[in-house]
Design a protein around this ligand. Structure first.
Ligand code: SAM
Length: 372
């Protein structure tokens, strides 16, 4: 049975090897540049918009340990992705810091070089709960930066949103520690849900202004099938910008890189120009303004499936190939062929979907599995 599956997978390897030239284009001529790797499907938070308690409870079955990719397998696959043009790697999950000895993986990934001989931009997204303890080891292992998720400064609001009664102070301590060891520039991601934490927008902006931390507001997305997403709970980024700029004037800044998810806004100084000491914020408008046109991201799930879109319902299983007798050239060609066949642009099409198709249950992969 396994042999048959492996044979079918092997048939997906192109007969002629696809040379790793550092650039592979998908069906919409988008290059592969960014790889997000989920290292665990577990999390110690139960944010209602991501891993609601009603679903992710004692009877939920997580992936068994044997089906997780090992660090060596992740590093081998990443090396092959890098040969096809990946320059940025983000470790995510679930909560990536729950994966034991993650710094060992970081150390392996930090040794990889892009096709032009540069180190990878190696980063990690975390809820921050274990960051104070792990920041130094991660930095020593070669991690460049971290992004910390924090949905409010008010303790009651935050405890309610993470739904495990976790205090804000410990996340702030994690951010401080990450900054102290040099894991910056640090980004803080706040998912904004209308009616839940919209009153935290201004306090968060004030708290992080001038600290060197880049605060980014994310529109609540219809990802997965368990969060009961509703459009009326989305607070459009335009409204976030408008609310902040009434108190703290802003001006739009240039995108930092093609395919960048966040639109950047800088705080104005008294002379009416961007004051870099006050810093900047970002907005990620995945619902109201699709950014599929230059999306250059692939996602590798905890058990080795490649997903070409956050909203995909199917992945391409590389684990059996990895664990079969497959050469690097064959595996690299399979990766390139998967990318070449990509035409996904869910967010751009979402606007034209009927509302029930946009968030029909049971069709899409959960964020906690695929990695945010
Ligand atoms: N556990 C880590 C963390 O909390 O950052 C990494 C994984 S988490 C799935 C990655 C990011 O996805 C977090 O910033 C989280 O807030 C965001 N996220 C999860 N579900 C979301 C949704 N429905 N809409 C928008 N952002 C979401």
């Amino acid at each position: 049975m396994v042999d048959q599956r492996l044979q079918a997978l092997r048939a997906s390897i192109p007969p002629q090897p696809i040379a790793a030239t550092g650039t592979v284009l998908d069906g919409l001529r988008r290059p592969l540049r960014d790889l997000r790797i989920s290292v665990t499907d577990r999390c110690n938070f139960r944010c209602s918009y991501c891993m609601p308690k009603e679903v992710f409870n004692n009877s939920y079955t997580y992936l068994p340990h044997a089906s997780l990719l090992t660090f060596e397998e992740i590093t081998r696959l990443t090396r092959l992705f890098v040969a096809h043009g990946v320059k940025k790697v983000r470790l995510t999950g679930g909560e990536p810091l729950l994966r034991k000895h993650l710094e060992v993986l970081v150390e392996q990934l930090a040794k990889l070089r892009t096709t032009d001989g540069q180190p990878l931009d190696l980063t990690l997204t975390t809820n921050g709960s274990l960051l104070a303890r792990k920041a130094q080891a991660l930095k020593d292992a070669g991690l460049n930066r971290v992004t910390v998720s924090l949905d409010g400064l008010d303790d009651a609001v935050f405890r309610r949103m993470n739904d495990v009664d976790f205090p804000v102070a410990e996340v702030l301590e994690g951010i401080a520690q990450a900054q102290a060891v040099g894991l910056g520039p640090i980004k803080v991601n706040m998912v904004v849900k209308r009616g839940t934490n919209e009153d935290q927008i201004l306090p968060m902006a004030r708290h992080f202004q001038g600290t060197g931390v880049v605060l980014r507001f994310i529109e609540y997305m219809d990802v997965g099938a368990t969060n009961g997403w509703r459009m009326d709970e989305v607070l459009p980024s335009a409204e976030v910008i408008q609310r902040i700029s009434t108190q703290m004037p802003l001006l739009p800044l240039e995108a930092s890189a093609p395919g960048e998810t966040a639109e950047r806004w800088g705080y104005l100084g008294p002379d009416g120009r961007h004051d870099p000491t006050l810093g900047e914020i970002g907005v990620i408008s995945s619902v109201t303004q699709a950014f599929c046109g230059d999306c250059n991201r692939a996602r590798l799930s905890t058990e080795g499936k490649v997903y070409l879109c956050l909203f995909a319902s199917q992945g391409y299983d590389l684990r059996d190939l990895l664990r079969g007798d497959t050469s690097d050239a064959e595996l690299g060609s399979a990766i390139a062929a998967i990318w070449q066949g990509r035409t996904d642009r869910y967010s751009a099409l979402r606007a034209h979907l009927p509302p029930d198709a946009a968030h029909a249950p049971g069709r899409r992969i959960e964020m906690s599995y695929i990695g945010g």
